[in-house]
Every structure is written in C-alpha cells, then in structure tokens.
Design a protein around this ligand. Structure first.
Ligand SMILES: Nc1ncnc2c1ncn2[C@@H]1O[C@H](COP(=O)(O)OP(=O)(O)OP(=O)(O)O)[C@@H](O)[C@H]1O
Ligand SMILES: [Mg+2]
Length: 225
C-alpha cells in the first residue's frame, strides 16, 4: 500500500530549503530555492537590459493596481493582464497590445520581476524593438534568442519599417517558437497591423503560442499617476 509522504523536517541553508519526507519505510529529501528578494531581482534585471525607468517604481514600491479617474477607482488593465500571464499562463508567450501610455511596458517589467523572484526564470533579456537591428548586426541577438529564459520585445512596430527589420522580427519569433521559449511583446499595433507589417508566419505562431490581450483602457497613465 502506498503511504502519503509526510514532511518530517525542514532546514534552510542560505537560499536553499531542504524538506525531509517519510513515506512508509521510504524517506527522501526535496530541495528548492527560496524566492529572491525584490532588490536582488531588480539588480539582476538591470544586468539583463531592463530599463531603470521601469525598475525604479518596483524598487520604490510605487507599483499600483488601480488608478483614480474622475473620482472613481479603476483597475490598471495592463497590470492585471501581465499578472495573470505570469501566474497562470507562463511559459506561454505574451502579446500585449494597447494604445499609448496604458502601462504595458511597466506591466511586463513587473511580471519579469515576479518570474525571476519565484525562480520560474533565471535569465531574461529586454530589447526595445528599435534596438533589435543593432543587436542582430552584432550577432548578440541570435545568441540571446536561443539562451534567455524570457525575451522581452518592447514596442514592436517602432522599429524602422523595412524588409530587413521585418526579417529580424520574424527570425526572433520563429526561433523562440521552435525552441518553445517564451517571448513577451508589447505594441501599439493591432493584430491586423502585425499581419500586414510582418509575414503571416509571425502572427500565425503568436496565435498558437501566446496569451494575446488588447488593453481597452482609453486614457494614458502618463501624468495622472
Ligand atoms: N501599475 C503601475 N503602477 C505605477 N506606475 C505605472 C503603472 N503602470 C504604468 N505606470 C507608469 O505610467 C507610465 C506609462 O506606462 P508605460 O510606459 O508602461 O505605458 P505603455 O503602455 O508602455 O506606453 P507606450 O505605448 O507609449 O509605450 C510610466 O511612467 C509608468 O512607469
Ligand atoms: Mg511602452
């Protein structure tokens, strides 16, 4: 008869937790890493190219779930979407679309910080779409898209419109898709814009393997927070 394992002891050494179990005559140990502290996670994200502008509110505990508009409290949609993605949908990719100033970049930086803290990822890389070409020409992007546990492409569509840049975006998406490694994309584009701007291969892959959300919020958070 199988006996349910019973936790008999728990030891913490550094950031490792050792849990000792007994199940009938059998005993075994499980090890796991404790969550990172927020300042440690923020420091790591700085090294992964995440912008200080979006790390500062996390460091200073200024991230909000709601905002007051015309006297009433409304939820910040981007924040809610990214939180749901990180907690329930990851390691699926994320495609977060919405108009200017709706909190998309901030939300994905908060989500990356959460994923790092709870040890769902140990590496990440942040690129604004405008930086992709330089990174590609240096050969750096090709390496990062293969290695990073999470790749963020912020503001897709802000890159100069050219066949070469579209080819780079396609390379990023198809490589991550083939490796089944998550990519997190923010954009002011619509699905139709993405279909028009890149080859059908891009949207087709994102449809299958990304949590896709359009923020409906019709005001910018800039200047009102
Ligand atoms: N949940 C939040 N808590 C606190 N500040 C926030 C939050 N969401 C966004 N902000 C702040 O609001 C401003 C706009 O947010 P953000 O830059 O993320 O918007 P965006 O949707 O990415 O805009 P754009 O489309 O122009 O790139 C930033 O200064 C950001 O730090
Ligand atoms: Mg942005």
């Amino acid at each position: 008869m199988n006996t349910a394992p019973k936790l008999v002891n728990r030891l913490v050494s550094g950031d490792i937790v050792y849990e000792f179990y007994e199940a009938g005559k059998r005993s075994f140990v499980k090890t796991r890493l404790l969550p990172l502290k927020t300042p440690q996670a923020v420091e790591k994200l700085k090294g992964f190219g995440f912008p200080e502008k979006y790390l500062l509110p996390i460091e200073q505990k200024r991230i909000k779930r709601t905002v007051t508009v015309n006297g009433s409290e409304v939820e910040i949609e981007s924040y809610q979407i990214a939180k749901k993605w990180a907690k329930e949908k990851f390691p699926m990719s994320l495609l977060l679309l919405g108009s200017v100033g709706t909190g998309k970049t901030q939300a994905v930086v908060v989500a990356a910080c959460h994923l790092l803290r709870v040890r769902k990822i140990s590496s990440a890389k942040f690129y604004s779409a405008m930086e992709l070409r330089t990174a590609f020409d240096r050969g750096e992007l090709q390496q990062e898209i293969k290695e990073a546990d999470l790749l963020v492409i912020d503001d897709l569509g802000r890159e100069y419109k050219s066949d070469y840049n579209a080819y780079i975006v396609e390379t990023v998406i198809t490589t991550r898709y083939d490796l089944q490694k998550p990519v997190c994309i923010t954009a002011n584009l619509t699905f139709e814009d993405i279909a028009r701007r890149y080859t059908p291969r891009v949207l087709d892959r994102l449809k299958e393997w990304a949590y896709r959300k359009v923020v409906k919020q019709n005001f910018s958070l800039r200047g009102i927070l």
